[in-house]
Design a binder for this molecule. Structure first.
Ligand code: SF4
Ligand code: SF4
Length: 418
């Protein structure tokens, strides 16, 4: 059945166990990386079936990849989990799976459909229906809608004309708009473009791009994920950019793995590997370029949440901190377990609300002990989850994306016409 070479690298030492959020909460071996690796191996060897119980263990994993950071043998657990999920399919009841199937294979690949849904949500938020819906929506569904920030007046729209560098030209880059970032956080995308331009980058945002497919891959849907990956490779690879900039950690981690996703594709394998080398998180790219020193002061004490797919998935930890502490007036206080998952994990907070809320409560306690005035988390899922945590459990702090604060320190400006 499934052939997963990474399974052979595990020496069962158990050093990953205490870094695993689900093991820390439940203290059960099958809910640990080592336990899950045992289970996947047993399935590949035909000793157990890939049944419902197996699927539950595989889906209770957050795909946070903290076990990869802890593992001395270099086991790429994320690849093992993705292969297992491709066998068991998405989580939940048959109805939930049908809905997830629609989202993964119809909604996410279609920028037009995504925009139409976002417009409906905006109408729902602004019509007053949202406040009334508490009375008739199931509690979980209501909470889902309550987690969303107010949708912006206009969404972030790609354009094929490059936006020129401010000052001396130092690089020519392309940028992923991202589906969630473009619709829910258009202002942060615009801030990211301004920060890049301030740092001497011509910025191209190719129109032909689409959703990166990260949610599909993490939930075991690889057929459409490959279509989405090929589309992005075609959109970005030959546009002449020196780097493809991403400001959402989950998207960046997935795009850096396109080479693995398309490794057996005779036409795209080489292109995917080349594309993956171009992908850079915005902080990673700026730190390597040598950022222009921001002049504006931000008198604020912040704490930094490492997005799992940035810290564990891309090993980018120092760069965002260096950029933050370069802002005059801004002070960084580390929280305990800053690289522990906040419980967001794609759609995990919807599919596994109890575990997700347990991890969020723990995270908010860590944040509270820092006495910071704000939280910085450069990933949309973490921002939504921590914003929800701040309103539900406290402390009631604002949550910023790193690029928002950098943009402010560079002086910001009226949004460019993008
Ligand atoms: S995944 Fe790595 S850390 Fe965990 S048991 Fe296996 S070898 Fe040890
Ligand atoms: S990815 Fe995260 S939740 Fe899953 S096994 Fe590894 S540490 Fe545990």
């Amino acid at each position: 059945m499934i052939n997963i070479p990474e399974l052979d690298q595990c020496v069962h030492c158990g050093l990953c166990l205490n870094q695993c959020p689900t093991y820390r909460v439940l203290q059960l071996e099958p809910e640990s990386p080592r336990g899950r690796i045992h289970l996947v191996r047993a399935v590949t060897e035909g000793r157990i079936e890939a049944n419902e119980r197996f699927a539950e263990h595989i889906h209770l994993c957050l795909m946070c990849r903290a076990c990869e950071s802890a593992c001395p043998s270099g086991v790429r657990y994320g690849r093992i989990a993705e292969a297992a999920r491709a066998v068991v399919g998405p989580p939940g009841s048959p109805l939930a799976r049908a809905l997830e199937g629609f989202v993964f294979t119809r909604l996410l690949p279609s920028p037009l459909m995504l925009r139409a849904v976002a417009r409906l949500l905006r109408l729902y938020q602004r019509s007053g229906l949202q406040s009334m819906s508490r009375a008739f929506l199931p509690a979980r569904l209501y909470e889902m809608t309550a987690m969303l920030p107010p949708l912006p007046d206009r969404f972030f729209t790609p354009q094929d004309e490059p936006l020129p560098a401010r000052g001396e030209r130092r690089a020519h880059v392309a940028m992923l708009g991202g589906c969630v970032m473009s619709l829910l956080f258009a202002d942060i995308n615009e801030a990211t473009v301004r920060v890049l331009r301030r740092n001497g980058c011509d910025v191209l945002i190719p129109k032909a791009q689409g959703c990166c497919g990260a949610l599909n891959i993490h939930n075991g849907e690889t057929t459409m994920a490959k279509v989405m990956a090929r589309r992005n490779i075609d959109a970005f690879l030959d546009c002449g950019a020196e780097a493809v900039i991403v400001n959402a950690a989950g998207c960046g981690a997935a795009m850096k793995e396109y080479g693995h996703l398309l490794r057996d594709d005779p036409v795209y394998a080489e292109k995917a590997a080349r594309f993956a080398r171009l992908v850079k998180d915005a902080s990673e790219f700026l730190a390597a370029l040598g950022p222009v020193a921001p002049r504006g002061r931000i008198e604020m004490t912040v704490t930094y949440q490492d997005p799992c797919h940035l810290a564990h998935g891309q090993r980018v930890r120092a760069q965002p901190r260096a950029l933050l502490t370069a802002v005059p007036g801004l002070r960084l206080i580390e929280m305990e377990g800053s690289d522990r998952c906040c419980g967001s994990a794609g759609i995990y907070n919807l599919t596994h609300p109890e575990m997700s809320q347990e991890l969020l409560r723990e995270k908010m306690v860590s944040i509270a002990t820092t006495s910071a005035e704000a939280v910085v988390a450069p990933n949309p899922g973490c921002m939504l989850q921590l914003g929800y945590g701040a309103s539900r459990y406290g402390p009631p702090l604002p949550v910023f994306h790193l690029m928002e604060l950098l943009d402010r320190a560079y002086g910001g400006e009226a949004p460019p016409s993008i």
